[in-house]
Design a protein around this ligand. Structure first.
Ligand code: CU
Length: 162
């Protein structure tokens, strides 16, 4: 029984954690890698992202590199092997070329497409109550109900174990 209540607690914790986790908008990951016959390469190249997205570069190669826009609008500064840059965001669609300031033949391109999604339109009408008086449960109420259910199941498991 102890094992069951432990498993139950772990399962409830994991599910609750997953339910409450907010969707994070992570930066797109680009790499600096070793490549044959070149001082280094950017990967993927070209890199395509939607407008408003950001990119970080991780140096997965064996030499230090930068990712620097050809117009010097932005740079990651020098990244030693293993380092990751701060995020660089791209707000407007277009094709942006960049290079490594240490190895000028090392070149990359970022293609920024028009934003993929339009913002959701605001609700015109408030939520209607169901005939029985209850409305749709907001996520917080669902999470609370789930927590109470988990606590109750834990209590039952503990009583049976005693
Ligand atoms: Cu370089």
């Amino acid at each position: 029984m102890r094992l069951i209540s432990r498993l139950l607690a772990a399962l409830c914790g994991a599910l609750l954690g997953a339910a409450l986790a907010l969707p994070a908008s992570a930066a797109t990951q680009a790499m600096m890698v070793d490549c044959t016959g070149e001082p280094g390469c950017f990967s993927p190249n070209p890199l395509t992202i939607p407008a408003g997205a950001s990119v970080t570069w991780t140096n997965d190669g064996s030499a230090s590199h930068t990712a620097t826009s050809d117009g010097n609008a932005w740079t990651t500064a020098v990244l030693a092997p293993g380092q990751t840059s701060a995020a660089v965001s791209f707000q407007s669609p277009g094709t942006f070329t960049y290079h490594c300031s240490i190895h000028p033949t090392m070149r990359g391109t970022i293609v920024v497409t028009a934003a993929a999604t339009t913002p959701p339109t605001p609700r015109a009408t408030p939520r209607a109550l169901a005939a029985g008086g209850g409305g749709p449960l907001p996520p917080a109420a669902l999470a609370l109900g789930f927590l109470v259910l988990c606590a109750g199941l834990g209590l039952i498991a503990r009583r049976r174990a005693a």
